[in-house]
Design a protein around this ligand. Structure first.
Ligand code: GRF
Length: 212
């Protein structure tokens, strides 16, 4: 059975969705760069080992990433799963875990990489928004895509209502992506593409606002 290590910085709701999804892997540890991350307590109540590697204890990104990798490797991680981990990772770190490092981002990439994705989507007036699970590369928020979920943007949406609609889908697609990974159904090719076994795909369009 594969080992996964989850990295968090805060609330940990995606981590919690993974802990409760009965995945075909062992969640070896949850690591945070912040000792006060709420998700750490949730992990402990699920009986998952936790560790803190504080970025404040290191002079620069390189030193922090080396310490972080040392902690991850101590748990024999096959896959490293970023779940609201708010640190930009160095190229050395990303290369070390190539094909084994996954992230979830609250937008339909490649649109709205970076922060404040829901506010930016509302500002632009897009009618469809969503979330993406992808392999992490040195190109921030632009790694090869594994799965996406699209949601409608409703006319009375606020940043909060839209965030909640997207988050609900995040909690559905992240466990699915990790399930595929841990059971060997997807992998990152040498040319940087996601190779997938034959999957059943629905051909429905999401049209928003709907047709009349
Ligand atoms: C999620 O929206 C995730 O997509 C993004 O950061 C947020 C983390 O939320 N990377 P949580 O800590 O999983 O609740």
């Amino acid at each position: 059975m594969k080992n996964i290590v989850i990295l968090i910085s805060g609330r940990g709701s995606n981590m919690q969705a993974l802990l409760e999804a009965h995945l075909p892997c062992r969640i070896a540890a949850v690591i945070s760069n912040r000792a006060d991350a709420q998700g750490l307590e949730i992990a402990r109540t699920h009986g998952v080992p936790t560790a803190v590697v504080s970025h404040r204890d290191y002079p620069d990104r390189e030193a922090f990433d080396i310490a972080l990798a040392g902690t991850i490797d101590a748990y024999h991680a096959d896959f490293v799963v970023l779940a609201g981990f708010m640190r930009i990772l160095t190229e050395g770190f990303v290369t070390r875990y190539r094909g084994r490092l996954i992230n979830i981002h609250p937008s339909l990439l490649p649109s709205y990489g970076g922060l404040n994705t829901h506010a930016r989507a509302l500002h632009d007036g897009v009618k469809i928004h969503g979330c993406t699970v992808h392999f992490v590369t040195a190109d921030l928020d632009h790694g090869p895509i594994i799965i996406q979920a699209a949601v409608p943007v409703m006319c009375r949406d606020t940043e909060q209502t839209l965030a909640a609609r997207v988050l609900h889908e995040e909690h559905r697609i992240y466990p699915q992506a990790i399930r595929w990974l841990c059971s060997g159904q997807i992998h990152l090719t040498d040319t940087g593409h996601v190779e997938m076994g034959h999957r059943k795909q629905t051909g429905f369009a999401l049209i928003s606002p709907g047709l009349e």
